[in-house]
Ligand binder design. Structure first.
Ligand code: IMP
Ligand code: MG
Length: 171
């Protein structure tokens, strides 16, 4: 199996620079807490953060919704919770891809009850037409079709996360 390039490293960098600029402007004068959703978001988090010119802190959550299959199970498990308190803070959840929206919906619900000053979402990819939960994603870079994508943090059965681009699996 290999992965055919769909979004190049250059395109990703260009869009993340733009997203970082918007975040820098939108949160001017504030501190932000970036919450990366492990494991897929580690690369977006690192590269997006380099384009955010604000006092920034970092935290991570780990969730699992897929196992080794390419179909969502609809079940979200929290494997690692935040280390930081988020009450009164400006939180931006950083995600690799939003597919059914179930993971994000669950995260938003569980973070909102902790009373952050604000809570927004920054996602590298949105899957077109498949969001089952109504979502409010303020920052997103690319929309992809329903095909399974890998690379730039995204895995298939644990692999391909280290590709510097986003590609489509092909047999
Ligand atoms: P959702 O709950 O269906 O929105 O799934 C979100 C999570 O599933 C993402 O954070 C990814 O980790 C994973 N995921 C969804 N679609 C893909 C894909 O095409 N490739 C790799 N991982 C995916
Ligand atoms: Mg995953």
């Amino acid at each position: 199996m290999s992965a055919k390039p769909l979004i190049t490293a250059e395109e990703i960098d260009r869009e993340l620079a733009e997203m970082g600029k918007r975040i820098t402007e939108d949160y001017a004068g504030k501190d932000v807490l970036l919450v990366g959703v492990l494991r897929g978001a580690f690369m977006v988090m690192a590269d997006l953060a380099r384009h955010i010119h604000l006092p920034c802190e970092f935290d991570f959550m780990a969730v699992s919704s897929y196992g080794a299959s390419t179909q969502t199970s609809g079940v979200v498990r929290i494997l690692k919770d935040l280390d930081e308190e988020i009450a009164g803070r400006h939180v931006v959840i950083v995600e690799d891809i939003i597919d059914s929206g179930l993971t994000l919906n669950y995260l938003i619900k569980s973070l909102k009850v902790r009373k952050p000053a604000s809570l927004e979402v920054a996602a590298l990819l949105l899957k077109e037409g498949v969001q089952r939960a109504p979502l409010d994603v303020k920052y997103s870079a690319f929309t992809v079709g329903p095909e399974f994508v890998v690379g730039y943090g995204l895995d298939y059965a644990g692999r391909y996360r280290n590709l510097p681009y986003v590609g489509v699996m092909e047999p």
